[in-house]
Design a protein around this ligand. Structure first.
Ligand SMILES: Nc1ncnc2c1ncn2[C@@H]1O[C@H](COP(=O)(O)OP(=O)(O)OP(=O)(O)O)[C@@H](O)[C@H]1O
Ligand SMILES: [Mg+2]
Length: 156
């Protein structure tokens, strides 16, 4: 049974990736959809207890935030897989600007998430780690061993 944890700044393409790759097979655990942590926790429990594969479609920028899902998933015998949606902030900001107003987030929120971002690693309990680059409606997926350069050193 698979627990997929997406991670990436707002506008990186997480929800589009979920729809393209997981819509028919995995439930979507998302604060945008479920609105409260209470409902999210209940929904997560339901997936774990009924052995329903799921994808966590939140920004999940830090190890601590991902642990909320990874720890119970592993305890329930799920296999945890991480996908890092690696989008430069300027691309995410441009995409965000084209969204309908009610789905737009403040630019400061995107930059704040980018600042807090810790790239997922095997030590967190993930059996597989993938990097996803969204390009022109497609998603290019490559194994994530370690980022070529520390995030802080990379162009935005
Ligand atoms: N592969 C892609 N190529 C081009 N545009 C894309 C791609 N994936 C998503 N987009 C566009 O980028 C915008 C943001 O995508 P999406 O809503 O999936 O981001 P998100 O990571 O889920 O953001 P949030 O964290 O705010 O929910 C959308 O308008 C979407 O149409
Ligand atoms: Mg989304």
């Amino acid at each position: 049974m698979e627990a997929v944890v997406l991670c990436g700044i707002q506008g990186a393409g997480k929800t589009a990736f979920y729809v393209q790759r997981f819509l028919d097979t995995h439930a979507r655990v998302s604060l945008d959809l479920l609105c409260t942590r209470h409902r999210e926790a209940r929904f997560l429990e339901l997936c774990l207890e009924t052995r329903m594969p799921f994808v966590v479609d939140n920004t999940n920028p830090t190890r601590a935030e991902r642990e909320r899902y990874v720890r119970p998933a592993l305890e329930h015998g799920f296999r945890a897989v991480a996908y890092w949606l690696d989008a430069p902030p300027r691309v995410a900001i441009d995409r965000n600007a084209t969204r309908p107003p009610r789905r737009r987030v403040p630019v400061s929120g995107i930059l704040g998430t980018r600042k807090r971002l810790e790239v997922p690693c095997a030590g967190e309990g993930f059996a597989e780690l993938w990097r996803v680059v969204a390009d022109d409606g497609r998603f290019v997926i490559t194994p994530l061993e370690r980022p070529e350069a520390p995030l802080a050193a990379r162009a935005t």
